[in-house]
Design a binder for this molecule. Sequence first.
Ligand SMILES: Cc1cc2nc3c(=O)[nH]c(=O)nc-3n(C[C@H](O)[C@H](O)[C@H](O)COP(=O)(O)OP(=O)(O)OC[C@H]3O[C@@H](n4cnc5c(N)ncnc54)[C@H](O)[C@@H]3O)c2cc1C
Length: 458
Amino acid sequence: MTSSTNHAHSARAVHVVGGGLAGSEAAWQLVHAGVPVVLHEMRPVRGTEAHLTDGLAELVCSNSFRSDDAANNAVGLLHEEMRRAGSLIMRAADAHKLPAGGALAVDRHGFSAAVQEALLGHPLVALEREEIAGLPPADWDSVIVATGPLTSTALAEAIGKLTGEGQLAFFDAIAPIVHHESIDQTIAWKQSRYDKAGPGGGGADYFNCPMGKAEYDAFVAALLAGDKTEFKQWEHNTPYFSGCQPIEVIAASGPQSLRFGPMKPVGLRDPRTGHRPWAVVQLRQDNALGTLWNIVGFQTKLKHGEQTRIFRTIPGLANAEFARLGGLHRNTFLNSPRLLDGTLRLKAEPRLRFAGQITGCEGYVEGAAVGLMAGRFAAGERLGQPQTAPPPTTAMGALLGHITGGADAATFQPMNVNFGLFPPMEGTLRGKERKQALAARALRDIDHWLNPTPLGAE
Ligand SMILES: Cc1cc2nc3c(=O)[nH]c(=O)nc-3n(C[C@H](O)[C@H](O)[C@H](O)COP(=O)(O)OP(=O)(O)OC[C@H]3O[C@@H](n4cnc5c(N)ncnc54)[C@H](O)[C@@H]3O)c2cc1C
């Protein structure tokens, strides 16, 4: 794909719904490629429960884009890949950064104003302040839906109807996810309950962490005493929580409740003792690569520091490294691994492409990164120069691969970028060296994706 504006007057507009982190970045990538954009943002005509302004790319909570260390940290690497891809979100963040150690923190007002000015100042952008209150009109032949975790109800209902029951969630219920290499396999053993193979299984699909009675009682006491985050008022009053209660709420309903719930030991035998333990914590494979394992049924509102402290008391997880910690929030997202194709189009209606947090990525930077890719895919399609996906070895490609197929569709929950999403490297590198090697490989491969060597020139 070229980045000229030669096509500016010939290409039909792409409609971008939602002027948040993802929609703003998608619009920028489109106009940079010469494709006109109509950007539809409902604020201030209609607000959300979290946005306070009518600015594009408003940061609804923290002002941090997290680590900016491209050599050692997956989100820092994502920053750098996006900069190389001409990201407007990264340009505005860099221009409005505040002192924050190794993190990239921004002046939220300056940041949002810079994004808005760049877009409104571009001759190919038209901004419409309106809610798209149902499926986009049929004559919009290329649409990017980037309406975020707080997508308006009317649009969410229309999308839910189109995708089918249970394929659009209104809450996340995130159990902590552990890196495979940090599970102590001298304690945790592989077995499925009653050794059942099940669909796609081999009868030994779960890691099992055993607890004796004293360990279980201490664990329950720690859950009850642990510091929790409160639900926001508007989250409290929504009826979507049944069936995904936080573990500390289950624990509070009675001392044995967890043993009859997510920690039940039936059908499991600890090979070290030959007996069924008092209670068992199970971990289930979370991605096709087998690098990430989620703690089954452990969604929680415990504060992050408390989760790390308490979950490391589980036998077999003393040295657990967490790819993500648990949570429970209002969050509209698609079952993307089932519904989207490799360039983020809805398989059932390919004129609709999705971007941002509604695709099941998590966080400002990830949302913007998926917006960046969606914008490039839509531009390539419009210009008759189809754009391939970034390689899975890059942070953008790893994130895209996860949400469009690498993650298990049956248990899909939103995810931050992390090195567990990357295809492992050959060899025996561990820890810091492994991350640095993954990051170096990613930067080499993103450069190649952005500037492919012409055929025959290698
Ligand atoms: C309460 C809360 C706190 C959060 N805190 C953090 C945090 O601290 N750090 C972090 O990294 N991430 C945080 N997130 C996640 C963060 O919101 C997203 O990662 C990020 O904003 C995703 O970008 P997005 O473009 O997908 O969505 P958004 O930035 O929310 O953009 C979506 C846009 O679409 C508009 N819109 C919605 N429906 C319609 C419609 N029907 N028609 C037209 N426009 C519409 C909205 O007004 C909004 O401007 C938080 C989310 C919430 C809800």
